[in-house]
Design a protein around this ligand. Structure first.
Ligand SMILES: Nc1ncnc2c1ncn2[C@@H]1O[C@H](COP(=O)(O)OP(=O)(O)O)[C@@H](O)[C@H]1O
Ligand SMILES: [Mg+2]
Length: 233
């Protein structure tokens, strides 16, 4: 039997109402994402990339269709399972990093552990340091976000997304605010984590160089999947 998809989306539609006008952000998306895939969602601005990621991450809900996680429909999950999906299984990396300026790098990375609860300060620090080392900035643990470069800030945001060892990381244009050299470093770092830890990555991008690193490229146009290609390297 084929392995069960981590995520399976079927007939996903999203309509937004702007006054009298209805905008179709997603027009019927069907997709299966397997464990440990490294997928880029590409397509022109307005094609539905952000909407799709937000629906997978439960930041938004579909107008029609279903999202299944490990075979279970999200809509059918109870509050407890849904909150565990959002807090433990899925993580977001944002384009603008969203770091908290008054907290140090290590403290920013510990936030998801604070929310989860049940860790001592020493345990939280140990986990934060381990993941900061994995993203190559353990030496910045006691610095504040304003003391970092954009690429370093994005590494902190990645560390924060990974500290709870999520199954799926969602990233909406994670390299959009970076110069091309730093963007390439960041996507290679994501790919290394994908390879070493088997974390599933789904990220949107406009950037051809970032697309070239993806192992699967899903193209959206006008809210529909118009291409879906896998590569082996
Ligand atoms: N909150 C919203 N209210 C109204 N329209 C929206 C909203 N979010 C997105 N849209 C519209 O949905 C379409 C898809 O947007 P989006 O998912 O942001 O695309 P992308 O991320 O590919 O640029 C666009 O036409 C956009 O204007
Ligand atoms: Mg977008």
């Amino acid at each position: 039997m084929a392995q069960m998809a981590i995520l399976s989306l079927s007939g996903l539609k999203k309509l937004y109402k702007k006054g009298e006008i209805e905008v179709t952000a997603l027009a019927g998306v069907d997709l299966e994402i397997e464990k440990a895939e490294f997928c880029a969602i590409v397509g022109p601005s307005g094609s539905g990339k952000t909407t799709l990621l937000n629906i997978i991450g439960c930041l938004d809900s579909p107008s029609e269709g279903t999202v299944r996680y490990l075979g279970k429909e999200l809509k059918a999950l109870g509050e407890k399972d849904l909150s565990s999906y959002r807090r433990e299984h899925i993580s977001f990396i944002f384009q603008s990093y969203n770091l908290i300026p008054v907290l140090t790098v290590a403290e920013n990375v510990e936030i998801p552990l604070d929310i989860a609860g049940g860790f001592t300060s020493a345990q939280k620090r140990a986990k934060a340091m381990e993941i900061l080392a994995a993203v190559g900035i353990a030496d910045k643990a006691d610095r504040y976000p304003r003391e970092l470069s954009g690429g370093q800030e994005q590494r902190v945001a990645i560390a924060r997304a990974l500290v709870k060892d999520p199954v799926v990381v969602l990233a909406d244009e994670p390299t959009a605010n970076l110069d091309s050299h730093t963007a390439e470093e960041i996507v290679k770092l994501m790919k290394k984590i994908n390879r070493d830890r088997g974390t599933t990555f789904i990220f949107s991008t406009h950037d051809k160089m970032i697309m070239a690193e993806a192992l699967r490229v899903i193209e959206l146009r006008d809210g529909l999947v118009t291409k879906d290609e896998r590569r082996s390297t």
